[in-house]
Design a binder for this molecule. Structure first.
Ligand code: PGA
Length: 240
């Protein structure tokens, strides 16, 4: 795995944005897999800047997001739909009909998970952005005895619920379940950028150096992918 260490969060975000911008310029119809969370915010800010000042054009780009909380509608300020609108979509020229999410309010989750996997297959993800959880999760693929392959509904682990607590006013408001793209669709992406910043990610990142795919650290499945670039700041690299 190609691991690139940057001095700080800003440098890491700029490098990630430049890779993503190059992808879009080389293939204006690119399918981008997008992530939520604190980590990609700097990357999204830089993409907005490049859209506004350097003609980076998203008009023909399609996007698939990794996950959504169960029971949160797209207009709920805590939903990932809302996050993406606030942090990226409102600042660039993506067409709303080209932005896809798993539906956290689906009437039938069996159908919804199948629909999302089929959509990802049909679109074909060119470049997937990933963050990583403190417990090594990617999207909401939590540590387990086996790697979860299809899109699925997941019970979030106590450590993930605790990490998400900072975005909610009251602990009891933090959703306990989510619908997440599985590792099958993620691994089908042609290229993957994994981003991590901060000391609290150092342990999870250190497992990527051990060379063994272990479902208790879901991100280690990326060791089996041939085109992953891991961009980290010095703090996240401190245990490499
Ligand atoms: P974060 O979350 O970017 O907010 O740290 C990443 C993740 O849990 O996947």
């Amino acid at each position: 795995m190609n691991i690139q260490v940057y001095k700080n969060y800003e440098a890491m975000s700029l490098a990630a944005a430049n890779l993503l911008a190059a992808q879009v310029r080389l293939k204006p119809t690119s399918v981008l897999g997008l992530a939520t969370g604190s980590t990609p915010i700097g990357l999204y800010r830089e993409l907005i800047r490049q859209h506004q000042t350097a003609d980076l054009d998203f008009s023909r780009v399609r996007t698939v997001n990794l996950d959504e909380y169960l029971g949160l509608a797209p207009d709920n300020p805590q939903s990932y739909h809302y996050f993406m609108r606030e942090q990226l979509f409102s600042g660039i020229n993506l067409q709303p009909e080209n932005c896809h999410f798993p539906d956290g309010c689906a009437a039938d989750f069996d159908q919804e998970t199948d629909r999302y996997d089929q959509l990802c297959r049909e679109l074909g993800i060119d470049l997937q952005i990933l963050g990583i959880g403190r417990n090594g999760h990617i999207a909401f693929n939590e540590p387990a005895d086996t790697f979860p392959v299809p899109t699925h509904v997941v019970d979030l682990t106590p450590s993930t619920i605790e990490a998400n607590r900072r975005f909610f006013e009251r602990a009891e408001d933090v959703p306990r379940k989510a619908i997440t793209m599985g590792l099958g669709a993620i691994m089908s992406a042609r290229r993957i950028l994994l981003l991590a910043a901060g000391e609290e990610k150092a342990e999870a990142i250190s497992y990527l150096k051990q060379g063994k795919a272990d479902p208790q650290v879901p991100a280690t499945i990326l060791l089996l992918h041939t085109n992953v670039t891991c961009l980290v700041d010095e703090a996240a690299a401190s245990r490499l």
